[in-house]
Write a protein that binds this ligand. Sequence first.
Ligand code: SF4
Length: 293
Amino acid sequence: MSKPKRDIVHGPIELKGLPLTDLETLLVEHGEKKYRAQQVYDAMYINRIDDVQEMLVLPQALRDKLAAEFRTESVRVKTVQRSGDGTKKFLFELWDKRTIESVLIPSEMIEDDGHPRRLTLCISTQVGCNLGCEFCATATLNLIRNLTSGEIVDQFLQAQKHSEKKITNIVFMGMGEPLNNYDEVMKAVQIFNDQRTDMVVPRRTTLSTAGVVHGILRMAEEKQIIKLAVSLHSTNQGIREKLMPIAKRWPLPVLYDALETYYKATRKSITYEYVLFDDLNDTEDDVKRLVKL
Ligand code: SF4
């Protein structure tokens, strides 16, 4: 059981983002009965209550204590931009006033009622990113800090409150490289994929990586059953290095070996993401190499 650590931003410890075992440890350490953790867990993730004072299942004295010592607000909606196709872009403010984005994307519209069959939330995992991909706006920010599991889970909870339809899929593909914030991301995944929280199932949870090999190998070792997607963008080492500097650290053969290990351990197919750039990665040779993967 991992011990809940003090928040990586200043301020009271977040309750949101803690899986049940961590919540139990925390509350017992603070002199409470273990079963209270289950009540707080259910209130936050099943009943989706943000304010401790509204968790009426808890006695008033405990609500006061939790409100004084901890916090349950992890992200706050600053703005929501709506597009004509139903996409919603959220700007969230964090405890330390930094901001991150999440995007809610409807797809596969059902003709009869005009509602989406699939509603995917694209979630951020870091403030900024230090991987420096050539085509990415986030890269210009560099890495400011990792998000906590609470900030990751709360993007989902707050976005869901702005949608009449249930969010069906999540993809870790917003700001940041999720495998560079492995522990917090996987803690959030535990909560997302817990059947009791009714958030999202593992097969509808996708982690998109630029190719952080030690993270892929760790997923293989832990037999993580969520889906893995890799931003490939070129099968040519030189071109990939130009687009994604991470390719210098982990060249394509090393990346492919790690993906093979992951596949053997999990039997989960891997998605390759490939953005076409004119006259750079869109030749016939590129296509031939791609189909061989
Ligand atoms: S890993 Fe993702 S967030 Fe980071 S620079 Fe590359 S594309 Fe941008």
